[in-house]
Design a protein around this ligand. Structure first.
Ligand code: ATP
Ligand code: MG
Length: 277
């Protein structure tokens, strides 16, 4: 546990996200490297503030080898009034998004390993009644051993008493909406849903993206804007799984990308699937 913010020295910027910046930092007294995420919410944005508060509550509860560890949380760390900072385990391999940028695609063997770890991470979170809600390549990080872990609980919800009322205001979609499940997108058509099945959908989109080397749900390969994605989700056909995928992989993808969340595979079912075993 890092007690004092001043013991940290910023070495580099690792990336920028919504409402924050991630730095590579040195903890001077132990010479250890960490990642520091600084969220700024002194601009009066309630959305970011709410996100941050949620993130802290959830981070404090989470302890799994499949989830990026948060070591300390600082309020008002001095960068700006109202800041909130998290010291996290440093994931030196960067994100799956970085990996896809440099390698374009992953082999099925690699995708299978990623999918297995993400499933184990989601399984752990769901057991704690946590819906991640934002599974996407930039939130899947790789450590020095090449192990993938889930990061970022910015839009996660602690599911209290079952049933999440998804808030579809722009606040709840601060990053990209591209990995969102149909039931979150269009709750009226795909009524119900407790949120858990949405994480499975997102994993399916990520796995397919790793195979085809571009965002898979639109013909252009670009991450779509809201109206385009709405059309794909509501009027599009069943997700097209490419012929190049092995039968096991195709079956895995089809079980994740089932539009009706009631028919979609559960995490338990997928952990038994031949593709990840
Ligand atoms: P969003 O704000 O929607 O989550 P994002 O995931 O791109 O978008 P951040 O979570 O702020 O934004 O992360 C920015 C980048 O910083 C990531 O894409 C990743 O490359 C890097 N990063 C984040 N956390 C770590 C970490 N613990 N170790 C190493 N790099 C990290
Ligand atoms: Mg992120």
């Amino acid at each position: 546990v890092i007690e004092n913010f001043v013991e940290l020295e910023k070495l580099a910027v690792l990336g920028h996200g919504n409402g924050g910046t991630v730095y590579k930092v040195l903890h001077k007294s132990t010479s250890s490297i960490y990642a520091l995420k600084v969220l700024r919410f002194n601009d009066g944005s309630d959305g970011v503030r709410r996100q941050a508060t949620r993130e802290v509550e959830i981070l404090k509860l989470v302890d799994s080898p499949f989830v990026v560890r948060c070591c300390s949380v600082f309020h008002n760390s001095g960068v700006a009034a109202g800041d909130l900072s998290f010291v996290m385990e440093y994931m030196e391999g960067g994100s799956l998004q970085d990996l896809l940028k440099s390698q374009k695609t992953l082999s099925e063997r690699e995708i299978s390993a990623v999918a297995r770890r993400v499933l184990l991470g989601i399984h752990y979170l769901h057991d704690m009644q946590i819906v991640h809600g934002d599974i996407k390549p930039s939130n899947l990080l790789v450590n020095g051993e090449g192990e993938v872990k889930i990061a970022d609980f910015g839009v996660s919800h602690l599911v209290e008493g079952g049933g999440v009322a998804w808030n579809l205001s722009p606040d709840s979609c601060m990053g990209t909406c591209a990995y969102m499940s149909p039931e979150r997108f269009d709750p009226e058509r795909w009524s119900g849903g407790d949120g858990f099945a949405g994480d499975v959908w997102s994993l399916g989109v990520v796995a397919l993206e790793c195979h085809v080397g571009r965002f898979p749900l639109t013909g252009t390969g670009q991450r779509p804007d809201w109206p385009t994605l709405m059309c794909v989700m509501c009027f599009g056909e069943r997700m097209e799984v490419p012929e190049t995928a092995s039968p096991e992989f195709r079956s895995f993808l089809e079980r994740c990308l089932e539009k009706d969340w009631r028919k979609r595979a559960t995490v338990d079912e997928l952990l038994e699937h031949p593709f990840v075993n």
